[in-house]
Design a protein around this ligand. Structure first.
Ligand code: GCU
Length: 435
């Protein structure tokens, strides 16, 4: 029921109800921006045209119109900023029943001009214990805290989802108990296949709240705005902040000799899938990017207006994006980009999109079509069948991986991450990392 009518009550003080379209016949006809035609009309003919002209143009459009810009100090610092420090605060060499090495890395963010002020985040890492060399790793944010992805008592307690600091085990409830989200992280399968997992709680980086986001975490440390509305039109939203956090986690992975940083797959579910896509687009060190049910603002084409739309997102979720994004709600055809171009920004790196059949809110078909329409950019690199030769707009059979360097599956079931999704990601990573 919840999503039959999207209540746009957070759009200022206006209370509106808009019917959400779940009827394929009512998808408006649309023309997508061509990823291979530059703003001045020039047609991209080569990798060089793409990399020097059109790709930067598309990236800029995504920054201007959708996810926003990092503050100057962060943009200028690039990777490995000297005001971000790492400390392996805990290590267990016999973790998870003797199958893993566990590390808990404290990431401390400081500001060169604001002595005494800092923000801390925790990166939890599991590596297969029997590895004979540096291992490839999946990196992703988690929703409810590092302590929810396994039952190990050693995992530090820190923030709850609502941002409050917690140290007391007895106060944990529901899915926020230790191991409460084991179902979404198939750590045993990941380790068994020879991969590591690195994860951080996104709330450590910035709160996921319209009211508190801009006064929390790294927004408070590096940002100017004090709330959503006081931002300039192109200033960063939460997705950009969380994605920057993933890049800093990558900075650490590059320093750890037990990890092969040239084989890191960034992965995320739902809003954190949107975040993984933006991290993969902005940080080419991520060798694979994986979007699990990321939907509107992630892998799904905005112009289809099926399920969640820009208009709906511009309500209570508008702080995930820059302010300019809200302008396209009523006129998505004027939006300078669409999400197939976000997928194309990964080229020629492997990218994977997963949908769930019952997750209509995220528009599985729109997620699939973004993969299909990113194909011409991958072809520039001489990859003849980037999407496994698929040309049809019809979704593939459920629970089956299709594609090539662009991979896709649609799982039966609801909005979630399941062991089947992980099996697909591991197969995809094997194909690209172990050739
Ligand atoms: C909401 C939101 C989605 C988002 C999802 C999630 O459903 O509308 O855009 O992907 O939450 O992150 O769980």
């Amino acid at each position: 029921m919840k999503k039959i009518f999207a209540i746009l009550l957070l759009c200022g003080s206006v209370v509106l109800a808009a019917e959400v379209n779940y009827d394929e016949a009512k998808v408006p006809s649309y023309t997508l921006p061509d990823p291979l035609v530059c703003l001045d009309g020039m047609r991209v003919q080569s990798v060089s045209d793409w990399e020097t002209k059109r790709r930067p143009e598309i990236l800029k459009l995504f920054r201007d119109q959708m996810y926003g810009y990092l503050p100057e100090i962060l943009a200028r610092a690039g990777n490995h900023p000297d005001f971000v420090k790492f400390e392996v605060a805990e290590q267990g060499n016999d973790a998870l029943g003797g199958t893993a090495i566990r590390k808990q890395v404290v990431i401390t963010f400081t500001h060169p001009d604001r002595p005494g002020k800092c923000v801390k985040a925790h990166l939890l890492i599991y590596l297969p214990k029997n590895a004979t060399g540096p291992v490839p790793v999946f990196l992703g944010c988690n929703f409810l805290g590092n302590h929810t992805i396994t039952t190990e008592k050693e995992i530090f307690l820190f923030h709850l989802r609502n941002g409050s600091v917690i140290t007391e085990e007895t106060a944990l409830q529901g899915n926020e108990v230790r191991g409460g989200r084991i179902c979404r992280w198939d750590v045993p399968a990941i380790l068994k296949r020879g991969y590591g997992l690195a994860t951080l709680h996104y709330i450590d980086v910035a709160k996921d709240s319209l009211r508190d986001c801009f006064t929390s975490g790294i927004f408070d440390l590096y940002g100017k705005a004090t709330d959503e509305a006081s931002r300039g039109d192109t200033e960063w939203g939460a997705i950009t902040a969380w994605a920057w956090g993933l890049s800093r986690a990558m900075d650490y992975l590059e320093t750890d000799r037990q990890i092969d940083a040239s084989r890191v797959a960034v992965m995320g579910h739902s809003r954190l899938g949107k975040t993984a896509l933006w991290a993969g687009a902005t940080d080419p060190r991520f060798a694979i990017t994986i979007s699990n049910d990321s939907g509107c603002g992630g892998a799904a084409l905005s112009r289809r207006e099926y399920g969640e739309t820009i208009q709906i997102m511009s309500g209570g979720l508008r702080y995930w994006f820059c302010r300019n994004f809200q302008k396209y709600g009523p006129c998505v055809d004027t939006f300078g980009i669409d999400q197939h171009e976000l997928i194309a920004l990964m080229a020629p790196r492997p990218v994977y999109v997963a949908s769930a059949e019952e997750d209509r809110w995220a528009d599985p078909k729109g997620e699939y079509l973004s993969c299909l329409y990113a194909v011409p950019v991958y072809r520039l690199y001489g990859i003849s069948e980037p999407f496994g030769g698929r040309t049809e707009a019809e979704l593939p059979k459920q629970n089956t991986q299709v594609g090539g360097v662009i991979g896709y599956h649609i799982r039966t079931g609801v909005h979630d991450v399941t062991p089947l999704d992980w099996e697909m990601y591991l197969n995809f990573a094997d194909r690209h990392f172990r050739k």
